[in-house]
Write a protein that binds this ligand. Structure first.
Ligand SMILES: [Zn+2]
Length: 121
């Protein structure tokens, strides 16, 4: 327990470093998994209009628990708003990532190393 605002120890799956200076909105336990690119979606321009740099939309899955919440929640986000279109392989990977975070939360164990450096082929 490294921050005074923590009233209980971090869950085993938390991979965040906490400090006394964390703003209230940032006082949360987190398990982050690497974002992965959705290769069948239209790429988006990540650069200025004069020098376009097209990049794939990325999908992320994480486990978050504010320090006063009773249980964690799965957060699913993307680098772009709107519908996400996943290939079958991407959907399968996404499902495995979600299930791994649910498992880590329910068993209060760390996220498996097999999932902390996933890459889609
Ligand atoms: Zn924590």
């Amino acid at each position: 327990m490294s921050a005074r605002w923590l009233t209980t120890p971090c869950p085993a799956w938390c991979a965040t470093t906490h400090s006394d200076h964390d703003a209230p909105a940032d006082r949360e336990h987190q398990a982050l998994l690497p974002e992965f690119p959705l290769m069948s979606m239209r790429f988006v321009n990540g650069g200025p209009p004069s020098e376009p740099r097209y990049e794939p939309v990325e999908l992320l899955v994480e486990l978050d628990q504010q320090y006063r919440e009773t249980e964690p929640r799965i957060v699913i986000g993307a680098s772009q708003d709107g519908d996400m279109h996943l290939t079958l392989d991407e959907a399968e990977l996404h499902a495995h990532l979600v299930l791994e975070l649910v498992r880590a939360a329910r068993t209060n164990t760390p996220v498996s190393d097999d999932f902390t450096a996933v890459e889609i082929e």
